[in-house]
Ligand binder design. Structure first.
Ligand SMILES: [Zn+2]
Length: 329
């Protein structure tokens, strides 16, 4: 069954068995939304719409996992940012900064019942009930680094990493409970595993910065959250895959900028499971046959879970998504 296949794959428990298919980031595209009769922005703000779009990842695309949090703004909304939930062809955006210093950070006592958190929690529970053993249900939490962009402003926060490293450490530490609380609530709602999305990409976070500010926090989250975590970092991460491995995270959802599947497999070593292998631009533009060739190459390089490298473009043809899982047969 897909659920156990996926959960074994993200922990490298059955590397000689059949490959799993999935993504920890959004698989929502216009064609899926049309077919299931639900669209954005409702897919971010109404549990039923979120449920329908996420479920299609299994029922229409054939993935072994579903994941209903399509944006990076749920925690931000619950923390008090003015989120613009977007439109059918526009992903959500968080509004202006809400904090200036670490002293301003307040985690609302009702964080989990605010719509930003409550909507995906309801959708996760619906997915769990609907799918049973048929597919794994993956939740998603946004890491402290990415959350800090929302609360302090991207540029302001990145400047602080250079001018006020101790303040940055305080900020990141104070945001850890947001991740842990939302993670625990998602597990209670029925998530089997969680994607931890932290945008510590090379152009915004050097390997030294990753080591200094984030490696320990990611290791702490792995230890504290009692289900397998899948870390997602966009961009070229070739220079930090060994640090990611040292956090003991179960699986790394990598961007193809990090290299060819066999290169990334070599960098990851034997313990760390890998997810991804399909380039997003090609997913948007290539033919189904070309996508199938990419998926086959990822399978040959022992990428444990084959799927898109990141949240897919909204214009992605459904036939291209289906071409990934078609290599199953
Ligand atoms: Zn990404």
């Amino acid at each position: 069954m897909s659920r156990s296949l996926f959960l074994k794959a993200i922990q490298r428990q059955n590397t000689s068995g059949p490959v799993a298919f999935g993504s920890g980031t959004s698989i929502a595209c216009h064609e899926i939304m049309q077919q299931v009769g639900a669209t954005f922005p409702a897919g971010h703000t109404y549990p039923e719409a979120m449920f329908k779009i996420a479920l299609a990842g299994h029922t229409l695309v054939g993935l072994d996992v579903v994941m209903p949090l399509f944006s990076v703004c749920h925690e931000a909304a619950a923390m008090g940012c003015r989120v613009n939930w977007g439109a059918p062809d526009m992903m959500p955006e968080s509004g202006p900064a809400i904090f200036q210093t670490s002293n301003d950070i307040r985690i609302p006592a009702d964080l989990l019942v605010r719509p930003g958190c409550a909507v995906p929690l309801q959708a996760l529970a619906m997915l769990r009930k609907e799918l049973g053993e048929a597919a794994a249900v993956c939740g998603k939490v946004i890491g402290v680094w990415t959350q800090a962009y929302h609360y302090f402003g991207l540029e302001e926060f990145l400047i602080k990493t250079i001018t006020e490293p101790d303040e940055v450490k305080r900020i990141l530490e104070q945001l850890i409970p947001v991740v842990v609380q939302f993670a625990r609530a998602q597990l209670e709602a029925g998530a089997d595993c969680l994607l931890l999305a932290d945008h510590a990409t090379r152009d915004l976070c050097s390997p030294r910065t990753y080591e200094k500010f984030l490696q320990e926090i990611h290791a702490y989250l792995v230890e504290t959250i009692p289900v397998p975590l899948i870390l997602h970092i966009c961009g070229n991460t070739a220079d930090r895959i060994n640090m990611i491995d040292r956090t003991m995270v179960a699986c790394f959802h990598y961007d193809t900028k990090a290299g060819a599947p066999e290169t990334v497999r070599k960098l990851a070593g034997e313990r760390l499971a890998l997810m991804g292998g399909i380039n997003n631009i090609r997913l948007l533009q290539d033919s189904p046959d070309e996508i199938a060739t990419q998926a086959t190459a990822a399978a040959a390089a022992v990428i444990d879970v084959i799927g898109p490298e990141c949240a897919i473009p909204l214009g992605t043809p459904l036939a291209n998504l289906q071409a990934i899982t078609a290599i199953k047969n």
